[in-house]
Design a binder for this molecule. Structure first.
Ligand code: FAD
Length: 360
């Protein structure tokens, strides 16, 4: 039995902010979707990871969703949109975007493996195979929740969840919940869960609260730190972890309610709860790990891009190009792992990849 292989020049994997930005610039350069390039996405709907965000994450509680190139987000919103769910508004935006620019995303198509064959990339999916000269990987982080290892985790008789599993606080009513993490998600979920349940908040390091507005130069500095890491082949770390958390009215209200009392990280998990190194122990029904995500790159394993330290050495103008193989660009990775970063990176990646392929 022969397997049909669809030949194209560039495969884009992922149709979130990063993949759509790349597709926009590929279109601008005159490439025809479905012929010169294909964009594959495993999710059922437009919206990237935004389609999975929990219902209480609204446009007033997200950090900020930056516009994609060529069509402002605001143009696709109703007048009064502050309380609209991000999981509704962003997928609607991406849907309109794909239609406006004729970006036909093949979905749901899950890429399982990418490898090298005869100087080309072979992209294996659950819906057939593709062969391409260039690759733009834009698979985000949502599929790869990170939970640190602690002794006793397997003994715990309660429930362990990750931010990715969170839908609504109601399911925790009356329970004792340990919330782990010091990022935006940890604080937001602590706020919600503490209204209906007993909470204990722990994190390895205290959160970096930031008074006053976030100025652009601080943002640039934060991105520069992550960019420097990936250029040296270190794992990126999150951009948000270096930007700090803005002190919002919601955070002041949490302080007033007395729920922002952080404890240091526990040292082990017991059958009934968690225990600190000094012997202190508490009972818990739930451990909610708000401990972030890692880049979803398992399908690239056969390409052997990683260095010993676990990162990938990135090069190019905005650090989107893989140094070991310049025919691969990764956007939404490292310094471009934000909606604004993904946009800029899409443009740079397309220009550089086309130059590498002799297409510009
Ligand atoms: P995604 O949106 O995750 O898109 C990746 C796409 O790739 C998905 O559609 C997925 O289906 C697809 N995919 C993955 N693996 C495969 C595969 N093997 N085969 C085929 N398809 C695949 N950033 C901001 O700038 N502002 C915010 O307010 C903000 N809020 C956030 C809130 C939360 C809770 C989280 C977790 C992150 C937030 N971020 C925010 C970061 C945000 O996720 C990124 O900025 C941006 O949306 C990521 O876009 P992306 O295209 O890289 O990834």
């Amino acid at each position: 039995k022969t397997t049909l292989i669809f030949k194209t020049r560039i495969v884009v994997i992922g149709a979130g902010q990063a993949g759509l930005s790349a597709a926009y610039y590929l279109r601008q350069k005159g490439l025809v979707p479905g012929k010169d390039f294909v964009i594959l996405d495993q999710s059922p709907q437009p919206g990237g990871a935004w389609q999975y965000r929990w219902p209480s994450l609204t446009l007033s509680t997200v950090n900020r969703v930056h516009d994609l190139p060529g069509l402002p987000f605001g143009d696709t919103l109703e007048n009064d949109h502050t309380n609209v769910r991000a999981s509704v508004a962003v997928p609607h935006y991406f849907d309109v975007y794909e239609n406006t620019f004729g970006i036909s995303v093949f979905r749901p198509v899950k890429v399982s493996v990418v490898c090298r064959r005869d100087g080309r990339f072979r992209v294996e999916t659950d819906r057939g195979m593709y062969s391409a000269e260039g690759l733009i990987n834009a698979t985000g982080t949502w599929e790869t929740p990170y939970i640190p290892e602690y002794p006793g985790a397997a003994l715990f008789e309660g429930i362990q969840l990750h931010t990715k599993d969170y839908r609504t606080a109601d399911v925790f009513a009356g329970k004792q919940v340990v919330i782990v993490g010091a990022g935006i998600s940890a604080i937001q979920l602590l706020d919600e869960v503490s209204r209906v349940a007993g909470t204990t908040w722990v994190s390895r390091k205290p959160p970096l609260f930031r008074e006053g507005p976030f100025d652009e130069s601080a943002g640039r500095d934060a991105v520069a730190i992550v960019e420097d890491r990936v250029r040296r082949g270190l794992p990126p770390g999150s951009v948000v972890s270096v930007t700090g958390l803005p002190v919002t009215p919601a955070i002041n209200a949490m302080r007033a309610r007395g729920v922002l009392n952080r404890l240091p990280m526990f040292s082990e998990i017991t059958k009934t709860g968690v225990r600190w190194a000094d012997g202190r122990e508490i009972d818990a029904d739930v451990i909610l790990w708000c401990t972030g995500f890692r880049s979803s790159l398992d399908h690239l394993t056969p390409l052997m891009l990683r260095e010993e330290g676990g990162g990938i050495i990135m090069t190019g103008r905005l650090a989107t190009q893989v140094a070991k193989d310049p025919h691969i660009h990764m956007i939404g990775y490292g310094p471009s792992a934000s909606t604004i970063g993904a946009n800029r990176a899409g443009r740079a990646a397309v220009a550089e990849l086309m130059a590498t392929l002799g297409m510009s």
